[in-house]
Ligand binder design. Structure first.
Ligand code: ZN
Length: 328
C-alpha cells in the first residue's frame, strides 16, 4: 500500500490522505478541561486561569495527566547541533554544493537532477555522516520522555538522524522524510543496508548496486516520492494523543501542517519555536501554548519546570561519553 502523500522537502506538497482528520476549530467554544487537567486547576472556578501556560503543560506531564505525547519536529531542533541549512548562502555546505552547478538548492532532492548528477546529494550525505553532528538538549528531552513511558511517537522532518543518535528506538520514530539508515537501488529496487554505501560516500564515490550497477540511493524522500509507510501510523497516533509538542518547525510543509490539527480539539498543543506559525497562528485553539524564541532555551525551561534538569544533565553526560568513545 502506498501513501498518497507526496513530500517535497522544504517545498510545497500535495496530500489527499489526511482529510478525515482535519478539524477546523473556528468560533468560540466553552473551554472544557480533561479530568486530569481540572484536578490540577481545581474546581474553584478560577476563570482567569483558562489559558494554559508552559508550567501547566509541565504539570500535565509531571503528574502523568498526559502520557500519550506525540512530538513533531523540524530543522529548528537540529540547528543548535550545528547541522547546516544547505539552502543558506554563507554556510560551508552551501558553498560546497555550489561547485556542482545545481540550478537551485532543492534540486538536490529531485530525482531527475539526481540521475543527471548525484554528486551534490552525496556531498550532503557525507556532511550528515552519523557522528558528524550530535544530538542536543532537545533530542535528549524526547529521550527522557520515552524513558518515562510518555512518548507515543516522534514525527521528524529531519534527515540528520539525530533522533536515532539520541537513543530513541526506531519504533518510536517516524522519519517522515526518510533516513540514511537504509538505501535502495534506484534502478532495480534492491534494498541495501545503510552501512554499505558509507564507504563509497566517504571517498566521494557514487555507490553502485551489486546487482545491476544502478545508483544506490539512501532512503531519503525526494520530491514526488511517497512518504515512508510508517508515516501512516499518524492515523492512529494523532487521535490517541493527549498532548502534542511541536518544536522547531514552521509547519509550512504538508503533511505536517495538517497533522498539527489532527489531535482532538481538547488536546493541548505546545509550540516551542522562533515564530508563531502554521495552523497555530491561523486557527488557534483554546488550549494552545506558545513558547516563542530560542528552541533550546524553551526546552530547558520546560525541563526545569518538570524538575528533570539534573536527570537531563546526567543523561547528556552519559551519552556524550558514549559518543566520545565511538569517535576514538
Ligand atoms: Zn540495482
Amino acid at each position: 500500500m502506498k501513501s498518497s502523500c507526496f513530500s517535497f522537502p522544504g517545498g510545497t506538497h500535495a496530500c489527499s490522505s489526511g482529510s478525515p482528520y482535519f478539524r477546523i476549530t473556528g468560533g468560540r467554544r466553552p473551554i472544557s478541561f480533561s479530568a486530569g487537567a481540572s484536578s490540577i486547576f481545581g474546581s474553584g472556578g478560577n476563570s482567569r486561569k483558562e489559558k494554559l501556560l508552559l508550567q501547566d503543560v509541565a504539570e500535565l506531564i509531571r503528574t502523568r495527566a498526559c502520557q500519550r505525547v506525540v512530538v513533531m519536529v523540524g530543522a529548528g531542533i537540529s540547528t543548535p547541533s550545528g547541522v547546516p541549512d544547505f539552502r543558506s548562502p554563507g554556510s560551508g555546505l552551501y558553498s560546497n554544493l555550489q561547485q556542482y552547478d545545481i540550478p537551485y538548492p532543492e534540486a538536490i532532492f529531485e530525482l531527475e537532477f539526481f540521475f543527471h548528477n548525484p554528486k551534490p546529494f552525496f556531498a550532503l550525505a557525507k556532511e550528515l555522516y552519523p557522528g558528524n553532528y550530535r544530538p542536543n538538549v532537545t533530542h535528549y528531552f524526547f529521550r527522557l520522555l520515552h524513558e518515562k513511558g510518555l512518548l507515543l511517537r516522534l514525527y521528524t522532518q529531519n534527515i540528520d538522524g539525530l533522533e536515532r543518535a539520541s537513543g530513541i528506538p526506531a519504533s518510536k520514530l517516524i522519519e517522515a522524510h526518510g533516513s540514511f539508515a537504509s538505501a535502495t537501488c534506484a534502478v532495480c529496487r534492491t534494498p541495501s543496508p545503510g552501512e554499505d554505501f558509507w564507504a563509497d560516500v566517504m571517498v566521494d564515490r557514487i555507490p553502485r548496486c551489486p546487482v545491476c550497477t544502478g545508483i544506490v540511493k539512501p532512503d531519503i524522500v525526494f520530491f514526488g516520492e511517497p512518504l515512508p509507510q510508517r508515516f501512516l501510523l499518524h492515523v492512529i497516533d494523532f487521535p490517541m494523543a493527549d498532548l502534542l509538542l511541536i518544536l522547531g518547525t514552521s509547519l509550512e510543509v504538508e503533511p505536517f501542517a495538517s497533522l498539527s490539527e489532527a489531535v482532538q480539539s481538547s488536546v493541548p498543543r505546545l509550540l516551542i519555536n522562533r515564530d508563531l506559525v502554521g495552523p497555530l497562528a491561523w486557527r488557534p485553539r483554546s488550549r494552545d501554548v506558545v513558547q516563542l524564541g530560542d528552541v533550546v532555551h524553551g526546552v530547558e525551561k520546560l525541563v526545569e519546570l518538570l524538575g528533570w534538569t539534573e536527570e537531563m544533565q546526567d543523561l547528556i553526560q552519559r551519552e556524550t561519553g558514549k559518543l566520545d568513545g565511538q569517535d576514538r
